[in-house]
Design a protein around this ligand. Structure first.
Ligand code: PLP
Length: 487
């Protein structure tokens, strides 16, 4: 069968060119004139030979094979795949930002430092923190930074007995990974029947060997922990610190603040909450905020202002050191800054209100067709499970997600959090219209009905995509990432 989507090598035809240049008017000067014979290749490389139009069509077609938030609905829970306003890109494309060099003297980049300084302050205000570092490159990197800060804090007090970090069983996998990377033993805390931290279990394990607790609130079930003040009190009373995983900040902006809940250190994911594109592996940004007592441990340098000029503060003897080359992913900061400025405080609050409203709307539309493990109002995302559908029809979460592809929708997050069997985690985000929410809810309902009427069709889904069910484990274990000429 002919491949539907040929590789660029396969559309190649000898002699075709995607350029036309005038005749050379000067002597031909080639590196081959200077390199020793032994270093020169004997035969020309086999590069694809294509015309300009074939080249353009090839890459345009490739770009269309990818699903993105600019193409369709993308309710990937925990990832906040909101629409990213193009004005942010405009700002980040200004030559004054793109053409500066990290080694440029600070006097020549005052504008960039001012932007970073202001962004630090905005994020402190939104999070209820006192100081902020923009260095970490992602949320996970922010977690690692924060846990190192917690470690440095206890060490500075000669408190060396604290070897454990507590983490709820609903946590994102990066939380235990960060704890372990920073040299701690992680201890899992179970969830209670309402999906929050089991306070009694927490009380039992919380003692002077615990360095801190990492918590996401609302958690990955999309549920706000009703006992948050009690939780922070329990941890603090035994000398522990609280780390806030801010990946779900899209639910709370302008409504409540981790600092006011009692958290000592936190990160934001600028690429999630603050509308900078992500999903292709970066670049991201995971600023870390701290309360005053942890400020001495922040990574250096911190951007400061002396009333006249912006400068880089390296004078922090207790700093955990540098977490990233230079200052972090600057252009992501520019986009987040543009987003915060264009939304304003009321706009950011409206973001969270609408994110929560949209999630509850979708949840209530589909709740008769899917099981709801914790029957509460959700925040910006929710988790349902096709438990009944699975038992009655043999259709799994994977089949439902593959079925959604035929509706042109990116599937929700699957099989996470781990505490819900067959989890389907939906985060619609605030930027979707009621029409697209209804379209998605209708699709989920149709799929639930199809599970009973024609399960085989769902087992075979997707039917409309370029490729169907892939051998995902095979692709990960034996990736073919390079074209090889057929013998
Ligand atoms: C996305 C996410 C993280 C990790 O953030 P990255 O920026 O992807 O490293 C951590 N915790 C939660 C709850 C998340 O959703």
């Amino acid at each position: 069968m002919k491949r539907l989507e040929p590789l660029i090598f396969e559309v190649s035809s000898p002699g075709r060119k995607a350029y036309s240049l005038p005749e050379l008017e000067v002597p031909n000067s080639c590196v081959c004139n200077f390199l020793p014979e032994s270093e020169l290749r004997k035969t020309a490389p086999e590069l694809p030979e294509v015309s300009e139009v074939d080249l353009v069509r090839h890459f345009t077609r490739l770009s269309q094979l990818n699903h993105g938030v600019d193409i369709g609905f993308y309710p990937l829970g925990s990832c906040t795949m909101k629409y990213n306003p193009k004005v942010n890109e405009e700002a980040a494309n200004l030559p004054g930002f793109t053409d500066i060099h990290p080694y440029a003297p600070v006097e020549t980049v005052q504008g960039a430092l001012e932007l970073m300084y202001n962004l630090q302050n905005y994020l402190c205000e939104i999070g209820g923190m006192d100081e902020m570092s923009l260095q970490p490159a992602a949320g996970a990197h922010g977690e690692l930074t924060g846990i190192h800060i917690i470690r440095a804090y206890h060490k500075s007090r000669n408190d060396h007995a604290r070897t454990k970090i507590l983490i709820p069983d609903s946590a994102h996998g990066t939380n235990p990974a960060s704890g372990v990377l920073a040299g701690f033993q992680t201890v899992q805390i179970p969830s209670d029947s309402r999906g929050g931290v089991d306070v009694e279990a927490l009380e039992k394990v919380m003692d002077e060997t615990v360095a801190g607790l990492m918590l996401t609130n609302p958690n990955t079930l999309g549920l706000f922990d009703e006992n948050i003040e009690k939780i922070t009190e329990i941890v603090h009373s035994k000398g522990g610190l609280l780390y806030y995983d801010g990946a779900n900040a899209n639910a709370i902006m302008g409504i409540c603040r981790p600092g006011d809940m009692g958290f000592d250190v936190m990160h934001f994911n600028l690429h999630k909450t603050f509308a900078t594109p992500h999903g292709g592996g970066g670049p991201g940004s995971g600023p870390v905020g701290v309360k005053k007592h942890l400020a001495p441990f922040l990574p250096v340098p911190v951007v400061k202002f002396d009333g006249q000029k912006y400068y880089l503060d390296y004078d922090r003897p207790q700093s955990i050191g540098r977490m990233k080359g230079f200052y972090g992913n600057f252009l992501v900061m520019v986009k987040a800054y543009a987003y915060i400025r264009s939304m304003g405080p009321d706009g950011l609050k409206a973001v969270s209100e609408n994110a929560v409203l949209n999630a509850n709307y979708v949840l209530r539309r589909i709740v008769d067709y899917y099981d709801l493990p914790y029957d509460r109002h959700c925040k910006h995302e929710f988790v349902v499970s096709p438990q009944r559908i699975k038992e009655e029809t043999g259709i799994h979460t994977m089949d439902i997600s593959k079925g959604l592809l035929d509706y042109g929708v990116h599937p929700p997050t699957n099989y996470f959090p781990l505490i819900v069997d067959e989890a389907i985690m939906v985060e619609p985000t605030e930027t979707e219209s009621k029409d697209s929410l209804d379209y998605f809810a209708d699709a989920l309902i149709e799929i639930a009905k199809l599970a009973y009427s024609d399960p085989e069709k769902l087992h075979q889904a997707p039917h409309t995509t370029v490729v169907g069910r892939l051998d995902e484990a095979g692709a990960a274990k034996n990736p073919r990432i390079r074209w090889q000429k057929e013998a």
